[in-house]
Design a binder for this molecule. Sequence first.
Ligand code: ADP
Length: 168
Amino acid sequence: MARTGFYPGSFDPVTYGHLDIIARAARFVDRLVLGVGVHHGKQALIAAETRMSLLDTVTRPIAAHTGVVIEVASFDGLAVDAARRHRAGLIVRGLRDATDFDYEVQMSQMNGAMAPDIETVFLAASPATRMIASSLVKQIARMGGDITLFIPKEAQAVMAEALAKPSH
Ligand code: ADP
């Protein structure tokens, strides 16, 4: 039976940390749906459609290399509802530090109470990408810093465009 995973996040922008989690999740799923959150009240720098097409572009090599089907979809409600809609039996999340751990474990337990049929699988961040956070990448970029170590070049172009808009 094919195993589908759902990996939700903001991906604003997608980083090498996310790509590490996606590549590693591809080892144990046949199909991975990347859920781009478009929640009301959560202001993103990059438009949802752009975050989605960017994710699609930068994950293509992983799909080609592993044979795993990688799909990108937006969602605006509960992750468990979106996971179910995409027929995913597990939710994938990355853990960087104790802050992630406390929040993620609590969330997975509440999700487990709501959807006992969906299991959350945590992957510990890899040492090389553990320090990367989209929020800090945005701060560094706003201050003119070099973000080439943290996000793929396709994402850098999108960031430059988003930051060039008058509202930023
Ligand atoms: P959210 O807004 O839900 O935190 P993010 O896009 O920041 O969404 O992150 C989505 C998921 O990716 C979360 O599980 C987060 O812990 C994980 N993640 C983010 N950055 C990294 C990283 N550098 N290494 C491993 N996991 C990460």
